[in-house]
Design a protein around this ligand. Structure first.
Ligand SMILES: Cc1cc2nc3c(=O)[nH]c(=O)nc-3n(C[C@H](O)[C@H](O)[C@H](O)COP(=O)(O)OP(=O)(O)OC[C@H]3O[C@@H](n4cnc5c(N)ncnc54)[C@H](O)[C@@H]3O)c2cc1C
Length: 512
């Protein structure tokens, strides 16, 4: 049973990556509680980010050009108004982070040193220490959060259930370091990051397995664009899990993709190495389907400067026995980012009153069917301020002291990984997706450790099955054409369970 904690009525932020910590900082001096299931700064994709943050900061750039690139990568599915707001605010968000203490790489004249990444028409990636943007961002944010008297960080607290009445948040159940805890609150922000832990091959930390999406889905919230899962084309093809990432910035500096015979297989494809991620990932997937292997060759373009320009990537290669200055790096696509997530409006509000989301857990419409490289950290920074303003505008209601409730068991995505990896990878087809729906629905409806991961996997699978065309990161081998006017998708968990009845052989569904 969970015990009420003494933070009655305070907003609760679940997650302490860039999205969660920046929301807490933006709310200051208003008191807020941040739950982090891991020690502060020890877990989350933010820490691992390499390339940096995209914004129109260069003299040859403009928000309009950044918008054009974002929309092109998003393959017609981006929300134009959200894109427009984001590209205009992103430069200021990066200036603000620099003022907060993030030590971005600078040119001799003091301006931001800007990198080029795939599908960007200008150099616009503000980076840190070459490829250490995430580490430095987290250092600065953790320091600022610890120094803010208004922010209470509860480390080792894992959110397990939202308490909802009449479609409004009433509390949250978490497991603390030694015992369950109950928070009476009517304002919760989900900032739990990505879904990579639901896949066998991912670049995400293992702890990123969509817990926030499960919290929202079980609370009845609408989730959006769940079928759009981004596969990064160049994960280092070694037997390490999570898979080390070779940032796009390496291709931005001229490294070439070659096959096992040394042939440059991207040469005939529009955009070549700098095409959007979904295009490059599919090219590598096709090569591998025909028995080939892909390598990223940085010898001519970067050579001996590799370790100085990309120290973290050089370290990962060295650990795998590869010297990128002297030999091509073996690469393959791996799950990397989720464009889908909790459907939020322009203020970051979900369909459940009192529930906001930001960062990778949210689906704002910015990324459309495929995220443009380095737009994620910048989006989290921009949206944290928007969410904080929205929360500030909501008056907390009188809350009854919560009644103790049973705490759900810890979730374990191990049983879901092989299924989702097989059916919802770089390429999908109706037959394989349909076959997975029954087993996922059964797991999601039971009370076992796989229930929450399976609920999210079920929603991804149903959304992927329903989208009978190919668009951005969603490639259907049985429906390879793109639609004339694509629309975003929306789904609740109840609808996914109902769809399971329609698509798959009958299953015994026991709702928890
Ligand atoms: C290897 C790698 C490189 C990347 N490089 C870039 C890049 O260069 N530029 C870019 O823009 N994007 C990049 N991305 C993507 C980007 O890093 C993420 O999208 C972004 O950091 C997500 O931030 P977040 O705050 O939403 O989530 P995260 O940083 O993942 O933080 C999630 C937090 O939630 C906590 N949490 C999760 N579940 C619970 C729970 N139930 N209870 C309590 N706490 C919970 C976690 O412990 C963690 O603190 C990269 C991603 C990876 C994996």
């Amino acid at each position: 049973m969970s015990t009420p904690l003494p933070f009655h009525g305070r907003p609760i932020i679940v997650g302490a990556g860039v999205a969660g910590l920046m929301t807490a900082l933006e709310l200051a001096p208003r008191p807020v509680v941040v739950l982090s299931k891991a020690p502060l700064g020890a877990e989350g994709s933010t820490l691992w980010a390499q390339g940096g943050m995209a914004a129109a900061l260069g003299a040859d750039d403009s928000p309009a050009l950044h918008a054009v690139d974002t929309m092109a990568a998003g393959d017609g599915l981006c929300d134009a108004a959200i894109v427009d707001r984001f590209v205009r605010v992103a430069p200021q968000a990066i200036e603000d982070l620099a003022r907060l203490g993030v030590r971005f790489d600078r040119r001799a004249d003091g301006g931001f040193a800007l990198g080029l990444e795939a599908a960007h028409s200008r150099s616009r990636i503000a980076h840190v220490g070459g490829d250490g943007a995430g580490r430095e961002l987290m250092r600065a944010l953790v320091a600022a959060a610890c120094a803010a008297p208004s922010i209470t960080v509860l480390e080792g607290f894992e959110a397990r259930r939202l308490l909802v009445e009449d479609n409004a948040v009433r509390g949250l159940v978490a497991m603390g370091p030694s015992e369950p805890a109950l928070f009476a609150t009517d304002r919760v922000v989900i900032a739990t990051g990505g879904i990579g832990g639901l896949y066998a091959e991912s670049t995400n930390p293992l702890g990123s397995f969509a817990q926030g999406l499960a919290l929202a889905a079980r609370a009845g919230a609408v989730l959006a664009d769940m079928e759009f899962v981004q596969f990064h084309p160049t994960a280092l093809d070694v037997p390490l899990r999570p898979m080390p990432l070779i940032s796009e910035a390496v291709r931005g500096e001229g490294a070439k993709l070659i096959d096992e015979r040394g042939e440059p297989f991207m040469a005939g494809i529009r955009g070549a190495e700098l095409a959007p991620r979904d295009v490059v990932a599919r090219a590598i997937w096709s090569l591998r389907q025909s028995g080939g292997r892909a390598f990223l060759d940085a010898r001519a373009a970067i050579g001996e400067k590799f370790a100085a320009r990309f120290p973290a990537i050089a370290d990962a290669c060295r650990a795998a026995g590869i010297d990128p200055a002297r030999e091509p790096m073996p690469v393959r696509p791996a799950q990397h980012y989720h464009m889908g997530g909790i459907a939020v409006d322009a203020e970051g509000r979900s369909s459940v009153a009192g529930l906001w989301a930001c960062g990778e857990a949210a689906s704002t419409g910015l990324h459309g069917a495929n995220r443009l490289a380095s737009n994620s950290l910048a989006e989290a920074a921009v949206d944290a301020a928007i969410v904080a303003r929205s929360i500030d505008g909501v008056k907390s209601r009188a809350l009854a002291p919560p009644r103790p409730v049973r705490t759900p068991l810890p979730a374990d995505p191990a049983a879901v990984r092989p299924i989702l990896s097989r059916v919802a990878g770089v390429a999908r087809d109706g037959e394989t997706l349909s076959a997975a729906i029954g087993p996922l629905a059964e797991m999601a409806a039971a009370n076992g450790p796989a229930a929450d991961p399976a609920a999210v996997a079920l929603m991804i699978t149903v959304a992927a099955l329903r989208r009978e065309h190919s668009l951005g990161a969603h490639y259907r081998t049985d429906f390879p054409s793109a639609p004339a006017a694509p629309e975003r998708s929306r789904l609740t968990l109840d609808e996914a369970f109902a769809a399971a009845g329609a698509y798959a052989p009958p299953v015994r569904i026991r709702r928890a």
